[in-house]
Design a protein around this ligand. Structure first.
Ligand code: C5P
Length: 232
């Protein structure tokens, strides 16, 4: 899989999601399904989007004991999605179990990427709430290395971290980066943002773009602009 734009379909229902996707009559976007939509509609919405020919990143961020994660990943693998994820903070053993669960009898599996530290966690909350007293960028790189050690395919990270992740974990270790905004757009609640063109420069493999596309007056035009800046 090459560089691509993933649309974060953060909608509350299948109906809203499918009518949004109906607008895309040309290139079929890669779609991210998160907890909100999955908990509302279950596996049926994944199947419906898959049947329409979209590639899917199922963003459920699993984090539990290794055995539970392994069994849950086996269920998600049967949905035939393209990318799934888990928290690196679940430990190397948990990530290895995730990978085992995801691998089908014929050896194929979706790509598995890890969340390092959420971008909503800052140095202060990490130190005070989690009692992790290292600089956050070192923690992110350590978690990325753990993910690579466990055999995962990449990490979700800020586009600002993508270059360093590649330097530490290798050029073929995937970086999937949210926090993308157009140069002339609203940044909303994202704090550290980058344009699609800059994310391409720095070496992100996939950008995850939500509101700049979903809330645009013309979502297809906004998506096309992202593709032109990031992929073409
Ligand atoms: O609307 P926006 O472009 O900010 O959407 C970004 C998407 O990426 C959302 O679905 C958000 O939950 C997700 N995400 C993020 N930061 C992370 C991990 C996921 O913004 N660190």
């Amino acid at each position: 899989m090459g560089r691509d734009v993933i649309i974060a379909c953060d909608f509350p229902s299948a109906e809203k999601t499918l009518s949004f996707l109906d607008r895309f009559t040309g290139r079929k976007p890669f779609v991210k399904i998160g907890m909100e939509l999955f908990y509302a509609e279950g596996p049926a919405v994944v199947r419906a989007i898959k049947e329409r020919g979209h590639r899917i990143f199922l963003d459920l961020k699993l984090h539990d004991i290794p055995n539970t994660v392994k069994k849950s990943m086996a269920v998600l693998s049967a949905l035939d999605v393209d990318i799934v994820n888990c928290h690196a903070s679940g430990t190397v053993r948990m990530m290895e179990a995730a990978l085992e669960g995801l691998t089908r009898a014929d050896g194929t599996r979706p790509l598995l990427i890890a969340v390092t530290q959420l971008t909503s966690t800052d140095q202060e909350s990490m130190e005070e709430d989690l009692w992790i007293r290292e600089p956050i960028d070192r923690v992110v790189m350590h978690y990325a290395e753990n993910a690579r050690r466990a055999g995962l395919d990449g990490v979700v990270c800020s586009p600002l971290e993508a270059g360093k992740v590649h330097a530490v974990c290798g050029a073929d270790f995937l970086t999937v980066t949210p926090g993308v905004r157009f140069a002339d757009g609203d940044i909303g609640d994202q704090k550290r943002v980058m344009t699609p063109a800059a994310a391409r420069e720095i070496g992100s493999d996939y950008i995850v773009v939500g509101r700049p596309i979903t809330a645009a007056e013309d979502p297809v035009a906004a998506y096309t602009r992202c593709v032109e800046e990031f992929v073409d």
